[in-house]
Design a protein around this ligand. Structure first.
Ligand code: SF4
Ligand code: SF4
Length: 377
């Protein structure tokens, strides 16, 4: 895949500290196809399994069911839990004192909860690839997770190295991520089997196949994002399911863009109203990024682990023009696809939803909408 460097607006700078949004008034838990066994006023403890893989991130009471919007624009009925602000915890297994002596069977289950069953493609793992790169301009969750949890991440990688004797770990970050480069360099002396790999600031360099190619890995490997390593630590050490996630809220319409550590299930608008005094209807809001994300109405959007962030932009003054047949959209496509066929003839073409054709188009045509079959937007 050919990778390119993107022009960025360097005037948009994130706060250096993560903001915690951990006491929401309500959370919304997607019901999906699960049977609802909770009645109105049922008491919930933090950590209770509400539905398959969905744990309550607060304690409180069930108050209602309401339709909400997910990161991909789908709508789901959600169970609303009102916070009692007591953080009453469901009983759970005690925290492990030591984690460097775990067996592969113990790790298996924890890792499966976090990143499905990647681990079990092979037990003969030679390389553990840890990707600390956010592959979307302006989103910086992986960068901040590492900044805040460097020691924890290294400790967890060391556990994985014990599980796969003879393996080497490669922590991959961008060569422009100076703060994390410095922190890792300070800690890495004690971990001889963990290498720091600095990669160029190219769009999509953090995707599994691109990183593997860049590192020239030919043997069996395990690939994890740093957010997955952090979630694994909480699972194996604290025996804690995922309650929280990092999201980036940024864009040229905001005075203080920031990364927020929020409870899962929170309504995004509640976060916006807490930190930004703006009427969201007056802006263009892109969910999960300008390149791979989607412009949408976020009135009923909730935080799930797939939500990476919001880019809030002043309304674009660029008007869509007629196609001038310049061919730039075809030229830039990293997988040699032809977005013009989708735009002009409605033909379904191969697409990884990278957004590059829309980004490059001088006529401001939102090709992405035609590629995903959403041209009415
Ligand atoms: S980049 Fe835009 S203007 Fe150029 S051919 Fe593609 S759609 Fe047409
Ligand atoms: S969005 Fe799809 S068609 Fe457009 S450049 Fe990316 S892969 Fe190619």
């Amino acid at each position: 895949m050919k990778l390119i460097s993107l022009d960025k607006d360097y005037s948009i700078k994130l706060n250096s500290q993560v903001t915690n949004y951990l006491n929401p008034d309500f959370i919304y838990v997607p019901i999906k196809n699960n049977p609802v066994t909770f009645k109105k006023n049922s008491k919930i403890k933090k950590g209770d399994l509400i539905f398959n893989q969905y744990y309550a991130s607060i304690s409180g009471r069930v108050i209602a069911i309401k339709k909400c919007i997910m990161w991909d624009k789908s709508s789901e009925k959600c169970l609303i839990i009102a916070n009692d602000f007591q953080e009453k915890l469901a009983s759970r297994i005690a925290t492990r004192k030591k984690i460097n002596n775990l067996t592969i069977e113990e790790i298996k289950q924890d890792l499966k909860d976090i990143s499905e069953d990647k681990l079990f493609k092979s037990l003969d793992i030679k390389h553990i690839i840890i990707c600390g790169i956010d592959d979307e301009p302006y989103i910086a969750n992986e960068v901040f997770i590492q900044k805040e949890n460097t020691k924890i991440i290294l400790e967890t990688i060391d556990v994985l190295l014990n599980i796969f004797p003879g393996s080497t770990a490669h922590v991959c970050i961008k060569n422009i991520d100076s703060e994390n480069i410095m922190t890792y360099t300070n800690f890495l002396g004690t971990y001889t089997n963990i290498e720091l790999n600095l990669v160029e600031d190219l769009y999509l360099i953090g995707q599994e196949q691109n990183l593997i190619q860049k590192l020239n890995i030919k043997d069996s490997y395990l690939y994890l994002k740093t957010s997955e390593v952090f979630a694994l630590y909480n699972n194996i050490k604290k025996r804690k399911p995922l309650f929280e996630t990092f999201i980036t809220i940024t864009g040229d319409a905001l005075k203080n863009p920031q990364v927020i550590n929020t409870k899962l299930g929170v309504k995004v608008l509640d976060i916006i109203n807490t930190y930004y005094k703006l009427d969201i209807n007056n802006y263009d809001v892109y969910v999960n990024g300008l390149m791979q994300g989607t412009k949408m109405n976020i009135a009923d959007l909730i935080v799930t682990k797939e939500l990476k962030g919001l880019i809030i932009m002043n309304k674009s003054k660029n008007k869509t023009k007629n196609c001038i047949n310049c061919g730039k959209c075809i030229e830039i496509c990293p997988i040699n696809s032809n977005p013009l066929l989708a735009y002009k003839k409605g033909i379904k073409v191969k697409c990884i939803n990278c957004g590059l054709c829309t980004y490059i188009c001088p006529a401001y045509i939102n090709l992405k909408n035609y590629l995903v079959g959403d041209s009415n937007e």
